[in-house]
Design a protein around this ligand. Structure first.
Ligand SMILES: [Zn+2]
Length: 712
């Protein structure tokens, strides 16, 4: 098995290498990244050398069955005897010692893949004095001191410091040590840099001066595009420098210049360490979906911290065990390879050690069911970076993210297994595996993107869209008409109500439409809080129509002024195999704000109606669960992550609240019979029956998670 996987992985990865690299060097074995299932990161602090217990960590890496480890090498502080001027060596590193090389070598001898970590975002005062051109500048042109430690200077990401000095550092590390990659933290800059080289280079590229701080500055978009291009060039320079001295090793960015451009990587690490503010417990899993949307089958690791984050950044803290577990488990269920992060090799608080060890031991025992050939979801949520950047701008949280979150929450509550799709990848290869694409206010779409979506519908795919979807072009400029007018068969009336007070949706049960299932005793439900005015271009069914706003005060005046209208609030097209649903209201965003149960039901019904086929996995039973389903080489895996918790919508899980029992119905691949059915957490063989190609399994109870594994 191992051997076969290795050969398959090696061949696949080698052909996937970029052509530039293929021309420059013989095909190299990229399979180590594919094989690495469990990652750990130990980030040294400057005074770790000589003070930390090396053997403790080696033992811990063994006990957690790490396949790969990321260790601090250089950048702000060098933990190896660098020869590069102004590459500041740790003041605790004794002459003749090599803390990074020592630990990296020991990990290699244990068979682990080693990645070196650098952090280039700051330098010491001597470097700033000798090389003022390395330092980032504020809008006033003055060099920027470090916000957290004013002793240091913040470096410019786009100029000679990264392109020259840091390139030399990466080359030195890759030449000296047996590493398979160099992972750079904070390599992409912090806000707009107004240094000499940024001013000059941007002017040369665009003819404009750098934009000011205003989000509606017309130069902001060209600047963001230029900055991304510059970072991609830097990525290429660093990657080439590393490969030149160590073929087969990669540059691995932390926080790439954009989701879409991340897909050039062979392996990615996604850094989302913990909750911050009001963070739903599925946030880490969502990141996994988003990055896999661009990475496909290539491995993606999810970095989670064991500490409390928030804006105060308690880097030496420890979260409650259940919180660490549920965060990591939801990432794993959604396709992340787990990667724990610990800063400081001297431990102040050891409580997290067992939490991670237990989780990783389970992962190791069951990894053949966690390798994930492909998700079996039939629904995908479209995510648009251009909508976020050029339509949402500085209001992206409310105008874009809240729609995505509302739709995500609705799909999750409905237990619909779903994936995400990037709006730059709407070609048949990326979307035809799905029956339904959901567009939660994907406002900014180019003509080309609209054409691809229309073709998807022509090929039999279904669409569900909300609010201002396709009412802007890819630059964020408003359109006079929906880009998807012909698909929706509605026309824009030129008006958007940005606040709709005390308005309702009439549910017209005489239509007997499946959209109203489960709402039979409700004559009306609340409307969304914003809506687009549209005019239908064809005949439509009318299960949901508008009850216009009426006064909500004084109480004596709270009665409808006009009878219910026949103005539809959802437009439903049945084209045979494909179906199209368009909500002119911001029902997804309103759902995120209000979390009304009726909206959850209406959205779930709309998804099922538009999908127009049985779900690949369906389940009954109580609670809030994230349900994901995967095809493996010789089996199927269904994850049930139990998010049922009184703290769930902020995330500080104190304990698990077991839920169950569940009946899970899993559609089997055509012509396959189940050979073995297991619950990988309970460690039991559940009651299971097969009926007409569907496996029906009873899961008695789920504490934090359960994983149903079916060998077929
Ligand atoms: Zn600069």
């Amino acid at each position: 098995m191992r051997r076969r996987e290795f050969l398959a992985g090696a061949a696949g990865a080698a052909t996937a290498l970029r052509s530039r690299a293929r021309a420059a060097e013989p095909a190299v074995d990229a399979a180590p990244f594919d094989r690495a299932m469990r990652w750990g990161q130990l980030a040294f602090v400057e005074n770790d050398p000589g003070r930390y217990d090396r053997d403790f960590w080696l033992d811990y890496f063994r006990r957690t069955h790490l396949d790969a480890v990321t260790l601090s090498a250089g950048g702000v502080v060098a933990f190896y005897p660098t020869k590069i001027p102004f590459h500041h060596r740790s003041a605790w590193m004794k002459e003749g010692t090599d803390p990074f090389g020592d630990l990296a070598g020991a990990c290699r001898r244990l068979g682990m893949l080693v990645v070196a970590r650098v952090d280039p975002h700051a330098v010491y005062p001597d470097a700033g004095e000798a090389h003022p051109e390395w330092i980032a500048a504020g809008e006033d042109g003055k060099p920027r001191r470090h916000w957290a430690n004013p002793e240091l200077w913040v470096t410019c990401a786009l100029g000679p410091y990264n392109f020259g000095h840091v390139t030399e550092i990466l080359r030195e590390i890759a030449a000296l040590y047996d590493v398979r990659g160099i992972f750079a933290n904070r390599w992409a800059g912090h806000g707009t840099c107004y240094c000499e080289s940024c001013r000059r280079n941007f002017k040369a590229a665009s003819g404009s001066d750098l934009p000011g701080p205003r989000p509606d500055d017309p130069v902001r978009r060209p600047y963001l595009l230029w900055r991304r291009q510059r970072l991609l060039e830097l990525w290429d320079v660093w990657d080439a420098a590393i490969r030149e001295v160590r073929p087969g090793a990669y540059f691995i960015p932390n926080g790439p210049p954009g989701l879409e451009s991340a897909r050039r990587a062979e392996f990615l690490a996604v850094d989302q360490q913990a909750r911050r503010g009001l963070t739903p417990p599925w946030a880490f899993g969502r990141s996994a979906k988003q990055y896999r949307a661009v990475m496909g089958r290539k491995p993606v690791a999810g970095l989670f911290s064991v500490g409390v984050e928030e804006p105060y950044r308690w880097k030496d803290s420890v979260q409650a065990g259940p919180e660490v577990r549920i965060w990591a488990l939801d990432g794993i269920a959604n396709g992340f390879r787990p990667w724990f992060v610990k800063f400081s090799a001297v431990l102040y608080d050891r409580r997290w050690l067992k939490t991670v060890e237990d989780l990783y031991s389970w992962h190791h025992r069951n990894e053949r069911y966690l390798r994930n050939e492909a998700p079996i979801a039939r629904v995908a949520l479209v995510y648009s970076e251009q909508t976020r950047d050029f339509y949402g701008k500085d209001e992206a949280e409310a105008k874009v993210e809240d729609h995505v979150k509302g739709m995500y929450q609705a799909l999750l509550e409905a237990r619909v297994p779903f994936e995400m799709v990037h709006d730059a990848l709407l070609d048949a290869d990326h979307v035809d595996r799905f029956k339904l694409l959901v567009l939660p206010n994907v406002a900014a779409l180019s003509d080309e993107q609209c054409r691809r979506l229309a073709e998807y519908v022509t090929r039999g795919g279904s669409l569900l869209a909300t609010f201002e979807t396709s009412l802007y072009d890819e630059t964020g400029a408003p359109r006079k008409e929906f880009g998807l007018r012909d698909v929706f068969q509605v026309s824009f009336e030129g008006r958007v109500d940005r606040r709709v007070q005390n308005s309702y949706l009439a549910l017209n049960h005489e239509t007997r439409h499946p959209l109203l299932a489960g709402l039979e005793d409700a004559p009306r439900i609340i409307n969304s809080a914003q809506r687009v005015h549209v005019r239908p271009l064809a005949g439509f069914p009318s299960p949901v129509t508008l009850i216009p706003s009426y006064p909500d005060l004084p109480m004596e005046h709270v009665f409808p002024r006009v009878p219910p209208t026949d103005e539809r609030q959802v437009y439903l097209r049945d084209l045979g195999r494909s179906r199209v649903v368009y909500f002119p209201g911001d029902i997804d965003r309103t759902f995120w704000e209000v979390l009304a149960a009726d909206h959850a039901k209406l959205l779930a019904n709309a998804v099922d109606w538009a999908t127009n086929e049985e779900r690949p996995v369906a389940m009954t039973g109580p609670g809030l669960l994230d349900v994901t389903a995967w095809r493996q080489k010789e089996s199927l895996t269904v994850h049930l992550v139990n998010l049922t918790n009184p703290m769930t919508m902020k995330g500080p899980f104190r304990e698990f609240v077991p839920v169950g029992p569940f009946t899970v119905k899993l559609r089997l691949p055509e012509g396959r019979r189940p050979r073995r059915v297991q619950l990988l957490v309970a460690g039991t063989v559940p009651r299971a029956e097969e009926e007409a190609g569907v496996l029906v399994v009873t899961v008695p109870s789920v504490s934090d998670h359960e994983v149903l594994a079916v060998d077929v």
